[in-house]
Write a protein that binds this ligand. Structure first.
Ligand code: TMP
Length: 240
């Protein structure tokens, strides 16, 4: 069983339960749940404790994957390409990101915080797009090539609140992407799908109520991350 929590040694650098030395944490959830704020808070906290942290997002993270992001999410891409093509494009971007950025960072022992990863494809293309689960998991296998997150934080929020947050953010920023424009029912289905993933993979996933203020949510996130990063400190604890 590849539970990171079980694999963390009592002392020393946490073990890479999935075959890497660093720590790989992904953030998932619907629109406007506060992933980027939480990633920033966690990155700052980890850096202040002396950890080497790298932050990235999907689709994106490499020049090639950012180009795919542009194709998929740019204002001009107002129409859906169909879920199968989308899933393949997200997978192509993910594969590049994993090979060029995530895997090398983990090999150097760094902590990688990524805004969306494989669960977003499972939910947005797999469930919302009604794709064959076998097709989605085959793409996932190729794209991640064994690089499974040690921890996935799923920020859970009712879609009405999330969408109004996302709209407020876009008002000062850019236009909505077409995923944000979908109906509340679609967003509800995604929320249910993210929860189902967490239920199916409790060793990897943690659901966090994202309705509170960012600091409170940040503490809830930290409660799940701290056990994975404090192993170093145990080395320095005086023997009693
Ligand atoms: P975000 O950067 O605001 O999270 O937007 C990314 C959008 O792309 C979001 O609506 C979810 C969507 N998306 C997918 O549909 N599938 C994927 O695999 C990923 C990574 C994102």
């Amino acid at each position: 069983m590849d539970s990171l929590l079980k694999a963390v040694p009592a002392t020393g650098r946490k073990a890479g339960a999935h075959g890497h030395d660093g720590l790989f944490i992904t953030f998932e959830g619907g629109e406007g749940v506060g992933k980027s704020t939480q990633i920033r808070l966690l990155a700052d906290r980890l850096k202040s404790l002396g950890h080497a942290v790298r932050v990235s997002r999907e689709p994106g993270g490499t020049p090639g994957a950012e180009a795919v992001r542009h194709v998929l999410l740019d204002e001009a891409a107002l129409e859906s390409f169909g879920p199968a093509l989308e899933a393949m494009l997200f997978a192509a971007a993910r594969s590049d990101h994993v090979e060029q950025v995530i895997r090398p960072a983990l090999a150097r022992g760094e902590t990688m915080l990524v805004d969306r990863f494989m669960d977003s494809t499972r939910v947005y293309q797999g469930v919302s797009g009604d794709l064959d689960p076998g097709f989605v998991s085959a793409l996932e296998r190729v794209a991640i090539h064994g690089t499974v997150p040690d921890l996935t934080i799923i920020l859970d929020l009712d879609p009405e609140t999330g969408l109004s947050r996302a709209h407020a953010r876009r008002a000062e920023n850019t236009a909505q992407d077409r995923f944000e424009k979908e109906t509340v029912a679609v967003h509800e289905a995604r929320r249910t799908a993210f929860r189902a993933i967490a239920e199916a993979e409790p060793e990897r996933c943690r659901i966090i109520d994202a309705s509170a203020d960012p600091e409170t949510v940040g503490e809830a996130v930290w409660a799940h991350v701290a056990p994975l990063v404090t192993a170093d400190d145990d080395d320095e604890a005086p023997a009693t």
